[in-house]
Design a protein around this ligand. Structure first.
Ligand code: NAP
Length: 303
């Protein structure tokens, strides 16, 4: 990849950041776009310690960074540092994509500019489900875990039209906060129920979609699963088991689900599609999704 005086910077911030697959995927996309037209960008990982977040954003403006992704632990704490935040990111309470943008001032023709943030995780999560082309209006979704990714999954399940969205957690205080945090999104709040793991078995029999939004089963703990064989066997025929994890592929949870006759979806496509949606915002042109997916598959095959 040729870096010139004109090359514009994109990147990802997190702490730690060295495990991120985003530089691989985005630089593969940029290299491909360069073959077919101008794409003078490079995408870098930036390890930003939480106490340096504000300074990093000021520095990014000073050096004219075009845009960046945000990962753990900055997805929530970056919000007050941004000038504009999309409705979906406000509802989710987390931002994963930022760009330096310009918008019209409310009452006159002058323009304002600043850092704008949105969340493309919900778009990424939805993509493989929308490909199934089914009606979701009678679907009861169960989301295992009540962390950051779970919030994007809840917003996405609401967007799909799911009738009921149940979120399972192990900490009653966090669960109560999770339920209350949707007060500004009454449509979502009306369909949302939070529950403990003890309450889960009774709900599984009626679920059409069960999503693992915990890190249980992720490399290197590949022998772990959030649900037992018996619990997965409670799900009705035709139900979908979705694991946000993409290392390993498949997880134990998805292997159990496949053995129980369920449709399975892993987290790789979500990763690809949330990245593609971010790249399209920064470059204002279609992202080479196949190239991004292939770069990850090749990397995972070598790992
Ligand atoms: P997070 O904010 O740390 O939340 C993790 C959630 O899992 C919390 O609710 C936590 O409960 C729960 N949990 C952790 N260990 C558990 C256990 N042993 N038993 C039951 N619950 C447990 O993490 P996140 O950002 O939401 O990410 C969750 C998973 O999704 C990760 O594996 C991540 O890699 C994956 N992810 C994938 C994508 C993608 O593009 N495919 C995107 C985002 C995230 P407590 O709060 O009680 O600790």
């Amino acid at each position: 990849m040729t870096i010139k005086g004109t090359t514009q910077l994109l990147g990802v911030i997190g702490y730690p950041i060295k495990h991120s697959f985003s530089p691989l995927m985005h630089n593969a996309a940029i290299a491909h776009l360069r073959e077919t037209g101008p794409a003078d960008y490079v995408y870098l990982p930036f390890p930003v310690h939480p106490e340096n977040l504000k300074d990093a954003i000021i520095g990014f403006k000073a050096i004219g960074l075009r845009g960046f992704n945000i990962t753990i632990p900055h997805k929530q704490t970056i919000i007050p540092l941004l000038d504009e935040v999309s409705e979906v990111a406000k509802a989710i309470g987390a931002v994963n994509t930022v760009w330096y943008g310009t918008w019209n001032k409310g009452d006159d023709s002058s323009q304002e500019s600043g850092w704008c943030g949105t969340n493309t995780d919900a778009i990424g999560f939805l993509s493989p489900l929308q490909a199934l082309k089914q009606d979701w209006t009678n679907t009861r979704a169960i989301v295992l875990g009540n962390g950051g990714a779970s919030r994007a999954v809840v917003a996405a399940c609401h967007q799909l039209g799911c009738k009921r969205i149940s979120v399972v957690g192990r900490n009653l205080e966090k669960l109560a906060w999770f339920a209350e945090s949707w007060a500004n999104s009454p449509d979502i709040a009306a369909r949302l129920k939070v529950m403990t793991w003890e309450e889960l078995p009774d709900q599984l029999q009626r679920a059409g979609l069960v999503v693992n939004a915990t890190p249980v089963g992720m490399h290197p703990n590949t022998d772990a699963s959030v649900l037992s064989d018996d619990e997965l066997a409670l799900l009705p025929t035709g139900a979908i088991a979705y694991d946000l994890i993409y290392t390993p592929r498949p997880t134990k949870f998805l292997r159990q689900a496949a053995a129980a006759g369920l449709t399975t979806v892993d987290g790789l496509e979500m990763l690809v599609q949330q990245g593609a949606a971010a790249l399209e915002i920064w470059l204002d042109r279609p992202a080479p999704i196949d190239i991004m997916r292939r770069s990850l598959l090749d990397h995972l095959a070598q790992a």
